[in-house]
Design a protein around this ligand. Structure first.
Ligand code: GAP
Length: 460
């Protein structure tokens, strides 16, 4: 694991307002992060592009925005109360907590899936594995730990319980609205329901910056099909996921597919493939696609008062559809994009520049506008251009410091284009436009600026 490669990225994120440690003024709150102004913009661009690509531009998709707090029976039906567990051990000496399967699989280089808690405990005690933090070997017995965050409702339900859960996946909110969508939206199978939203997991070993956190966002699709169509639908969605990776500019050489072996499948899945990304700390899951069969709708039909099914209007056939689920983590997308885009380049004069080579469709700032000097006539012209462009895409006005420093600042933010307004602008109404990656500059008339930038940024 090469965590050192992540450090400069984490530092840049803090320094340049992408991502701050959560609750920092209180000394931090482990594994929580706050997206600063550029991080929030980057996140919004990713989510908007995903929504446009997977919902608006497709005839077979609709979107919802469901609640985080769902009826507690949801989680009994979905299997999360019973099965969404990790087995953990504590080090009695330093009080660190670990997932025992991770300790064993890393230490013994073998798969321990399916072993009982006792078998895991015995395997650890009889191995040479010590606590990775303090080096001692004094572990507790292994025990199960449910990853759902519980919260208390002020009002108790009819069955007397006041416990509710923060959703650990957005998917279930979609299953709970299947009937509403069928009844109100004139959808026909095959069709999909998409949702973007927060999910929460009380992870035992979070870490690697925003890779594994306790509060994160997912962009999920439940695509409802006839059972016989599952293989073709699965393959087609897997290709669409790769196209998405290409759209946001991820390096294809860093992406790999990983087929889950049967014994490692989640309780609801008959086939799962992960799209893995080569992070600085190793090859790890970025996205996933699962064939959830008819498991979820059937389970909700067992527990809920209102039953959900689909009636084919042409054949009058009633059935419970099967589901393909492509799932995308927003925070992991951001981390992969940052790792891909980050570069420290040595220039001809032997100076270095730090640059984020973001694709222009997700870059937080599309163009920065600089008056050459902080003089009234230049500033007023630069502000006029800023106002003209800012209604079309996110721009930044910057009149602080030497032009070279302003370029470096924008390079670190990944801004594709910088425009400089100088005295020639006042004479002939042209500006210089500087390309982030080639650092080449050209002069263009202000009258062509908007169309030229739209073409370069590939946006409407
Ligand atoms: N509905 C299926 C589901 O939730 P998952 O593989 O557990 O499947 C889906 O999660 C995606 O959510 C992952 O591929 C990853 O991108 C993201 N994700 C999961 N746990 C995460 C965590 N603790 N922190 C950040 N992202 C996470």
């Amino acid at each position: 694991m090469d965590l050192d490669n992540l450090k400069p990225i984490v530092a840049l994120c803090k320094r340049r307002g992408f991502i701050y440690p959560g609750s920092e003024i209180y000394g931090g709150f482990a594994n929580t992060y706050s997206y600063g102004p550029y991080g929030a913009e980057l996140k919004k661009n990713i989510k908007d592009l995903w929504w446009k690509n997977f919902v608006r531009q497709r005839e077979d998709m609709v979107g919802i925005d469901g609640p985080i707090l769902l009826h507690p029976l949801t989680w009994k039906a979905s299997g999360h109360i019973e099965s969404f567990n990790d087995a953990l051990v504590d080090c009695k000496a330093c009080k660190s907590r670990f997932r025992i399967d991770h300790l064993l699989e890393e230490g013994l280089k073998k798969n321990v899936e399916g072993l009982s808690l006792q078998e895991l405990t015995d395997l650890l005690n009889n191995s040479k594995i010590n606590c990775p933090r303090c080096g001692k070997k004094d572990f507790t017995e292994a025990r199960h730990f449910n990853l759902m965050f519980q919260t208390q409702m002020s009002k108790t339900s009819e069955k007397g319980s006041d416990v509710a859960y923060l959703r650990p996946e957005t998917a279930q909110a979609i299953f709970l609205d299947f009937k509403n969508i069928v009844d109100t939206m004139r959808v026909k199978i095959p069709f999909g329901i998409a949702q973007i939203g927060k999910a929460f997991r009380n992870e035992i070993t979070p870490g690697n910056f925003i890779f594994r956190v306790i509060e994160f966002e997912q962009m999920e699709i439940e695509y409802f099909i006839q059972e016989a169509a599952w293989q073709t639908s699965f393959e087609s969605w897997l290709q669409d996921m790769h196209k998405w990776c290409h759209l946001i500019g991820l390096n294809p050489n860093k992406l790999k597919e990983k087929e889950h072996p049967q014994e490692k499948l989640s309780h609801y899945s008959k086939r799962t493939v992960d799209i893995m990304y080569e992070f600085p700390f190793g090859l790890n899951e970025l996205y996933g696609i699962a064939y959830r069969t008819d498991f979820d709708l059937n389970q909700h039909n067992k527990y809920a008062d209102i039953k959900q099914e689909y009636i084919d209007r042409t054949t009058n056939q009633k059935y419970i559809p099967h589901v393909i689920e492509p799932t995308f983590g927003v925070d992991r997308t951001i981390l992969a994009l940052l790792c891909d885009a980050y570069d420290v380049e040595t220039l001809e004069n032997n100076e270095t520049r730090t640059v984020l080579h973001f694709a222009s469709n997700i870059a937080p700032v599309k163009a920065a506008i600089f008056p050459l000097m902080n003089k009234e006539d230049l500033s007023s012209k630069a502000r006029e251009i800023f106002r003209m462009l800012n209604t079309h895409f996110n721009c930044e006005y910057d009149d602080g410091g030497a032009i070279g420093r302003r370029y470096r600042r924008q390079d670190e933010l990944g801004t594709p284009y910088c425009l400089t307004i100088d005295y020639q602008t006042l004479e002939d109404n042209t500006v210089t436009i500087r390309d982030r990656d080639s650092m080449k500059q050209e002069r263009i008339p202000i009258s062509n600026l908007l169309s030229c930038l739209k073409e370069k940024l590939n946006c409407d």
